[in-house]
Write a protein that binds this ligand. Structure first.
Ligand code: PLP
Length: 402
């Protein structure tokens, strides 16, 4: 008899965005004429920049000749990309990393989902609430649910800054700039988390997928800008939103050599080696073409082109923030992040406001409660639309009564 992994049965039946897609297609089936604009799922709309496209063409041509063809690559990534990351992303911020601390992967979803394999099944994890669902669901699949998960509420009352716990938590997921709230942590606030982790021998899993959208120069782009973080933090990066790689797939994870965890008999085990071992066993590398594409982002032209595209999205964010606030809505985020987090008008739950916008404005948002109980009473908008569709959606929202 094959017994099923019953942990999967604890998950909500659908991934949040599948639920939204279902609702939208049901509405479309009844109203085929409706011109629906999505400010819901966080996919990008702008094409890859020319530097990336040229690099992909060159890499594809290399694949066409026996002399330059590449088969399986190194599981943890090509050195050319790891070096480009160190020199262009970290060194200018005063962060020293060695290339074997960088693991190239196919994006932050896989790595943030898989990293929990390194920790004991009984560990207690802490997540902000609302939260990117992958952290919670991947732990639930591994049997960490219920009492093993501590939710740290983030709401308008605490300015969306999770309170430092007054109890021990083994592993803490932090995502800044935050999805879904679009809020950030200052260096001082992040230092408090690092200090907590060092005091408690905890690990921080820091998701920096949206660091490229930070505009305030005082906000840290990496947790390693904070003193002590190399001893307690793993950091995740993604090229998805940074450079439009949602369909190309590339990202990377940093596991510093100083980071270790304890065995039952009190031995310290460095996690860098464990992650390398895990990746070499279960992952066969990101494609050569994707890695050459990512490398191109660090050329002078690539940097400029990527900066422009991010500026394009942030223009949307600023426009959305100004318009929604002018309509009297309570809105957060949108200044250092491509997400806006809006309190629903009086009398609407998250899903009720989702339906209201879909039915009456043909605009799709994401119900905040889909990201956790503290998201009830909020919706998320993304700034990844085109200028035209964003302006159209805002015009329709303006025309609504609330
Ligand atoms: N982390 C956060 C917080 C995200 O919002 C997303 C994508 O929406 C990801 C990770 C996944 O990124 P990737 O496309 O690199 O897998």
């Amino acid at each position: 008899m094959s017994l099923v992994n019953e942990n999967f049965l604890l998950l909500t039946p659908n991934y949040l965005f599948a639920d939204i897609a279902q609702k939208v297609s049901a509405y479309k089936a009844l109203h085929p004429e409706a011109d629906i604009i999505s400010l819901g799922i966080g996919d990008v709309t702008q094409p890859l920049c020319p530097a990336v496209i040229e690099a992909m063409h060159r890499a594809t041509d290399e694949m066409a000749s026996a002399q330059t063809f590449r088969g399986y690559g190194p599981e943890c990534g090509y050195d050319f990309l790891r070096e480009a990351i160190v020199h262009n992303h970290f060194l200018p911020r005063g962060v020293q990393l060695s290339i074997d601390e960088i693991f190239i992967g196919d994006g932050a979803k896989s790595d943030t989902g898989n990293i929990q394999e390194l920790i004991h099944h009984d560990c207690v994890i802490g997540v902000t609430d609302p939260v990117y669902p992958v952290y919670v669901d991947s732990n639930a699949m591994a049997g960490r649910a219920g009492a093993n998960v501590v939710y740290m509420p983030c709401n308008a009352e605490n300015n969306f800054v999770p309170q430092i716990p007054d109890r021990h938590i083994d592993v803490i997921y932090l995502c800044y700039p935050n999805n879904p709230t679009g809020t950030v942590l200052t260096a001082q606030q992040l230092q408090q988390w690092v200090d907590y982790a060092l005091r408690n021998d905890s690990i921080i899993l820091y998701d920096a997928a949206y660091q490229a959208f930070i505009t305030d120069p005082s906000i840290p782009h990496s947790i390693y800008e904070i003193e002590g973080a190399r001893k307690c933090a793993i950091e995740f990066h993604s090229y998805s939103k940074t450079a439009g790689f949602t369909g190309v797939r590339c990202g990377y994870t940093i596991v510093p050599h100083e980071l270790s965890a304890t065995t039952g008999d009190n031995r310290r085990i460095p996690l860098n080696h464990l992650w390398e071992r895990r990746q070499c066993t279960k992952f066969n590398g990101t494609s050569y073409i994707s890695q050459r594409a990512a490398e191109a982002i660090y050329t002078p032209e690539g940097k400029e082109q990527v900066r422009k595209t991010i500026g394009y999205y942030m223009q949307n964010a600023h426009h959305m923030l100004a318009t929604l606030r002018s309509l009297g809505h309570e809105v957060y985020g949108g200044e250092n992040a491509p997400y806006l987090w809006m309190r629903t008008p009086e009398g609407y739950s998250s899903w009720q406001y989702f339906d209201h916008l879909l039915h009456n404005a043909h605009v799709v948002c994401t119900p905040g409660v889909g990201f956790g109980p503290s998201g009830e009473g909020y919706v998320r908008f993304t700034a990844f639309g085109t200028h035209e569709s964003t302006a159209k959606a805002l015009k329709r929202i303006k025309e609504l009564k609330n």
